[in-house]
Write a protein that binds this ligand. Sequence first.
Ligand code: RP5
Length: 164
Amino acid sequence: MKFVSIIIGSKSDYDVMIECANTLDKFGVLHELIISSAHRSPERTHGYVQGAEERGCRVFICAAGMAAHLAGVVASLTTKPIIGVPMKGGVMDGMDALLSTVQMPSGMPVATVAVGKAGATNAAYLAMQILSLEDNDLQVKLQEDRILKAKKVESDSLDIEIRL
Ligand code: RP5
């Protein structure tokens, strides 16, 4: 069974990261969402990643704030693709987490998306684009979604536009 794992570092990340789960839901992509911290529960994190990979996890999405090591730690435990979502909060309100998540040493990549809700949604899309390489139905759904987005731009513009 192929699925996507979403790991969040704290319950305080949930309200943002539920956007990620909802986006996967919208496309019918199987996923799990758990709380596990690189710092507060390292053994749980190790055990979960190992077990999830054995059960069929194809992509890990990891969200953390402050000294955000979760995505990097998960990257150290698997060669499956890792997507990191930096969370707001901390003294630099997300910039700290962004730099922690994005600045991985060479050979240990974490595909880092935007801070906060846009990142949570894009993490889901990026995971689905990875899965769609071997899933034609999902690829078609993503293409249809692009068409809807383009139509929405046009209809939004029609609502407000002023032209000569
Ligand atoms: C990180 O520290 C979590 O991912 C969260 O974004 C941040 C703050 O955690 P809490 O103190 O709110 O639990 O590990």
